[in-house]
Ligand binder design. Structure first.
Ligand code: ZN
Length: 317
């Protein structure tokens, strides 16, 4: 009998790239973070040849990484829970309707329950909570500030997904009310249909839109550099965006007593500039909460596959 530890692969399927890597089964505790990050590899997603071709290549990618145990997969989309069928994915429409876990289990000769599929925000959150900024913290919310705002919630060290898998959609919390009499701002109408969702105000896309409207540089990296260098409209705009973000955190803190937020995504690198606004919004209410911790994510684009691998580790017999 072979007693060597199995290789647990995590994959993070994006619209243009798949990132992946592996951990050893014995690393369930605390694997070396640098070594784990160094195992990150990528391949093109490329759906031109159809869903079956991509699934074949995903299985091949997992095999190349040495997969011989449970597998984890993160996907940007909404899943049917329970069941695991991909209901909607804006960037991977060809995969909609498929049970990706069953498809990969068949290709890799694994039991269905040993292929763990979850949305990209959840796996990234789990990755950061395991080996990143949230390491050792049992309760946190992670927000990924990108095109939208992805979010995941960890309670007592476990991802909380809710009975139908749609919990913790912090990006779609309404933080700006629909004007009762006045005209509405069309920029605040969200893709989900609601008005004033947090991601219409504080995602990277929203920040670009707001910078453009204010006549400022729409390259967020540049905008942040100018804001760091000197006071002025750039710093003020980032304060305002931070304030809106803080309004969202105020609400999640009120419901869940969240004491730690991990902020990731490209725009999350401006957390130092957003933090004064976030803190100002949080200070609006005094309900006896200590100010929450605001931590920049540390695993970058590897958080997703690392969290997916951790989910797979959790699924072992
Ligand atoms: Zn929305």
């Amino acid at each position: 009998m072979n007693d060597s530890p199995r290789t647990i692969v995590g994959l993070d399927l994006g619209g243009t790239q798949v990132k992946g890597g592996f951990v050893w089964e014995g690393e369930h505790g605390t694997p070396d973070v640098e070594q784990t990050l160094a195992r990150t590899v990528a391949m093109d997603t490329d759906l031109d040849a159809g869903a079956n071709d991509l699934l074949d290549r995903l299985a091949g990618f997992a095999r190349e990484l040495g997969s011989n145990g449970p597998l984890g997969l993160g996907v940007p989309g909404v899943f049917e829970e329970p069941g695991g069928r991909l209901l909607r994915s804006a960037n991977l429409k060809a995969l909609e309707g498929l049970d990706l876990g069953a498809e990969l289990a068949e290709r890799l000769d694994l039991a269905r329950e040993h292929v763990c599929v979850d949305n990209d925000a959840n796996v990234a959150t789990y990755g950061e909570q395991w080996l990143g900024a949230g390491s050792g913290i049992q309760d946190l919310i992670m927000l990924t500030l990108g095109t939208g705002i992805g979010s995941g919630l960890v309670i007592d060290g476990q991802l909380y997904k809710g009975p139908t898998g749609k919990a913790a959609e912090v990006g779609h919390m309404v933080v700006r009310s629909l004007p009762v009499n006045g005209p509405e701002d069309p920029d605040l109408r969200c893709g989900c249909g609601a008005y004033g969702c947090l991601e219409r105000l504080a995602s990277a896309s929203a920040a670009i839109r707001r910078a453009g409207a204010a006549g400022l540089d729409t390259d967020l990296r540049q905008l942040c550099e100018v804001a760091r260098a000197q006071p002025g409209p750039e710093r003020e705009l980032l304060f305002e965006i931070g304030f809106d973000l803080g309004a969202g955190l105020l609400a999640t803190t009120a419901v869940l007593d969240v004491t730690c937020y991990v902020i990731g995504g490209g725009f999350g690198r401006g957390l130092d500039l957003l933090e004064p606004g976030i803190r100002a919004a949080l200070a609006e209410r005094d309900y006896g909460h200590d100010p929450p911790r605001l931590l920049p994510a540390t695993l970058g684009a590897a958080a997703g596959w690392i969290g997916a691998a951790r989910m797979a580790l959790d699924s072992r017999d």
